[in-house]
Design a protein around this ligand. Structure first.
Ligand SMILES: [Zn+2]
Ligand SMILES: [Zn+2]
Length: 342
């Protein structure tokens, strides 16, 4: 073999450089993203007419219905007082949604009942019933975050929203298409701000002072979604979801809808159970289990930065789907048997 040939062989078998690996990963992510968007678009185009008809029926034709509902809230409940609906209304809706979603989950953690639900537990070692003292401490911090930090935050955000031209009147309610578009923007804005603030919180100089509190729970439960150091609560939990509606100058109704979706989604992500028909909580549960994987909400930035590589090679990733049957995924895709000590 000539000198040149042996050089060639070496280049062929040499592992790609980190820069090249990152480039391959990026191309791979873009290809996958295009595939998902392409498929969604194709389905949408094919089903467009019938989807449109149903939406028009539900939203368009019943536009009057939604207007009347909002009018009822704005005029009858809050007497057309913008400050009252903007601050008190937002607090009641967000705190109410959080506890409505969590009360049943807390009952399940404290009593271990209904027993039939325990089979959907993600981490086999997670203790049920949960340590009551630990839970009590968590609930107190959650209530502190929702009130002592939440009330002034909503008050300030209300004034910023007013300044941005956000409206509260029933006549200004957005159309269905606009609301959908806004929701996409809200989740993208949240993904960017949550991902990077969360990654910063994992920096070794910051982690032990702030984010360690949230990670006391390696097998989280629903209320842990806002069990966080006050600094983290403001920068990672309050600001990222509020930025979208502020940026878009949205109607208060769109903001409420978005806050409810965000609260329900983070509760599911932390609940520790992979229930049928609910979004998969595997990714964030894995973050609590492993610490250095899955920092984002949507997973887009984790894919781009490669902070989900370990997750993608795991059983949890295979289970990261919408469960459509009653059989738990831990049974359908069981863990590999543990190696016996020699
Ligand atoms: Zn978490
Ligand atoms: Zn974290």
């Amino acid at each position: 073999m000539s000198m040149m040939d042996s050089d060639k062989v070496e280049t062929m078998i040499a592992p790609p450089s980190p820069a090249r690996r990152r480039a391959i990963q990026l191309v791979d992510s873009i290809k996958k993203g295009l595939f998902v968007i392409g498929t969604a678009l194709l389905i949408f185009v094919c089903a467009r007419n019938s989807i449109h008809w149903h939406i028009q029926n539900f939203w368009g034709a019943s536009g009057n219905f939604w207007q009347k509902c909002w009018q009822g809230i704005h005029v009858n409940v809050f007497g057309e007082n913008d400050l009252l609906i903007g601050v008190v209304g937002t607090l009641v809706v967000t705190i109410g949604t959080f506890w409505l979603a969590n009360i049943g989950l807390v009952f399940l953690e404290v009593t271990g009942k209904p027993k039939a639900l325990l089979k959907y537990k993600i981490q086999e070692d997670k203790k049920v019933p949960v340590d009551k003292e630990k839970l009590k401490k968590a609930v107190w911090l959650v209530i502190f975050n929702q009130t002592v930090l939440g009330i002034p935050f909503v008050y300030i955000a209300f004034h910023i929203m007013k300044w941005r031209g956000c409206t509260f009147r029933a006549e200004d309610l957005p159309t269905f298409h606009w609301t959908l578009f806004e929701l996409i923007i809200f989740s993208l804005v949240e993904e960017i701000f949550f991902y990077y603030s969360h990654r910063m919180l994992h920096h070794r100089l910051i982690y032990k002072h702030i984010h360690k509190v949230h990670h006391e729970w390696t097998a989280p439960i629903g209320v842990i979604s806002i069990y966080a150091h006050p600094v983290e609560h403001v920068f990672s939990n309050l600001i990222p979801p509020a930025l979208g509606p502020i940026f878009m100058g949205s109607h208060l109704a769109s903001a409420w809808m978005w806050f409810c979706i965000a609260l329900l989604s983070t509760t599911v992500a932390h609940c520790g159970y992979h229930f049928p028909l609910l979004p998969s909580p595997e990714a964030h549960d894995y973050h609590h289990f492993k610490f250095n994987q899955n920092y984002g909400v949507l997973g887009v930035l984790d894919r781009l930065h490669g902070t989900d590589n370990q997750f993608r090679a795991s059983k949890q990733y295979q289970r990261h789907i919408l469960l459509l049957t009653l059989a738990p995924l831990t049974e359908q895709i069981p863990d590999s048997p543990k190696k016996k000590p020699e």
